[in-house]
Write a protein that binds this ligand. Structure first.
Ligand code: NAP
Length: 343
């Protein structure tokens, strides 16, 4: 069989402000790969990409070294890297067989040869759930919601929670977990269609943070016991002012400042007087503790439709640079994912 083209998305230039399609990220079609004849060393696996996750934290890795906020800077001229589901085509590794679907950190490319598979996981049969779900509701974002809830929310039935960026991959899971645990949910997002999704998930109060003052909503429908912070900035400041005594802030992200300077936080005195606990949770710290429980809990609920999710899908690597920008700007509705094949 003749070599085939191996389209890739390369990190081309450090970003200042929003990543610019065609500058920060470029699509490269110069590489080919021989799927049958490419030599594999002992332990290596040749895989085809099925689904690639696009996540907000990736913007932090597009800054110059020394200015990054979420891990090491991406390497210039190399493919972008993130969570992927791939299918094994050929294997020289006894733990990975052709036909298996595998989840891990891989390149934004159609095909790749994996060498270090120590952190890769063979996925179970999907019971009708698309493989793309394994980078979203059943992947890192779903795990973030599950782990953060167990680790830092300390929620009690009847309490009130405010969730920012609530219609996204992480937020929409937290809304559902909180409702299942009997909390009153106040949820914000940036478009009417996202607010509609939040209503369908059972959120009690929904509002558009772009057109409605966060503090006014929390004054009217609070006070709150928990603030799940995906956004930082004004939402965090308003939440601090409206937390009950012994309130908790689950600090998950700061999307409001990934592409610009952070907004100032004024309401810090309340942290002391109300004995508020602010706890940062990073998903990769907690796999050992919770991953088995997550895989035992979430996939069956997703398969039965008990956990709902929405995906924002593009079907080619050509559309990736725009998707990365769209997510940073809020033009995605649901989990941003590149699906290159269904099987
Ligand atoms: N701690 C961890 O381990 C961990 C793991 C995964 C994700 N995270 C964080 O969790 C947050 C949500 O991630 P996700 O994957 O669920 O992303 P997502 O919600 O699917 O996509 C990002 C969303 O951020 C919102 N946004 C953009 N600018 C904003 C602003 N200025 N203020 C408020 N919201 C803004 C947009 O929605 P709107 O239309 O609603 O504005 C956009 O759709 C991010 O901060 C991410 O970095 C943390």
């Amino acid at each position: 069989m003749a070599p085939v083209r191996n389209t890739r998305v390369l990190f081309n230039e450090y970003a200042e402000g929003y990543p610019i399609p065609g500058k920060t990220l470029v699509v490269d079609k110069s590489e080919t790969i021989d799927l049958e004849g490419a030599p594999l060393k002992n332990g290596q696996v040749l895989v085809k990409t099925i689904a690639i996750s696009v996540d907000p934290y990736q913007r932090g890795r597009m800054s110059e070294p020394g200015k990054t906020t979420s891990g090491d800077a991406y390497e210039l001229g190399k493919p972008l890297v993130n969570y992927v589901v791939v299918k094994v085509i050929r294997s020289e590794n006894p733990d990975f067989a052709p036909g298996q679907h595998v989840y891990g950190m891989g390149d934004f490319s159609e095909y790749q040869i994996l060498t270090d598979l120590s952190t890769w996981k063979v996925l179970p049969e999907t019971r009708g759930t698309p493989w793309s779900a394994y980078v979203g509701v059943l992947g890192m974002p779903g795990q973030t919601a599950f782990y953060g809830w167990k680790e830092a929310a300390h929620a009690k039935k009847g309490e009130t929670i405010y969730i920012s960026t609530a219609a996204g991959a992480v937020g929409s899971m937290v809304v559902q977990i909180a409702k299942a645990d009997g909390l009153k949910v106040i949820a914000s997002a940036g478009t009417e269609s996202k607010l509609q999704f939040l209503r369908e998930l059972g959120a009690d109060v929904v509002f558009n943070y772009k057109t409605t003052n966060v503090e006014d909503v929390l004054k009217e429908h609070g006070p709150i016991d928990i603030y799940w912070d995906n956004a930082g900035g004004k939402s965090l400041d308003a939440a601090l002012a409206n937390l009950n005594t012994f309130g908790r802030v689950v600090k998950i992200g700061s999307i409001s400042s990934y592409n610009s300077k952070p907004e100032p936080i004024y309401n810090t005195e309340t942290i002391l007087w109300k004995r508020i606990i602010i706890r940062g949770v990073l998903v990769f710290d907690h796999h050992e503790q919770y991953l088995d429980e997550f895989y035992a809990t979430f996939p069956p609920k997703v398969a039965k439709g008990e956990i709902k999710y929405v995906e924002h899908v593009v079907r080619s690597l050509d559309e990736t640079p725009q998707l990365v920008l769209d997510q940073q700007k809020g033009n995605n509705t649901g989990k941003a994912v590149i699906v290159l094949a269904d099987e």
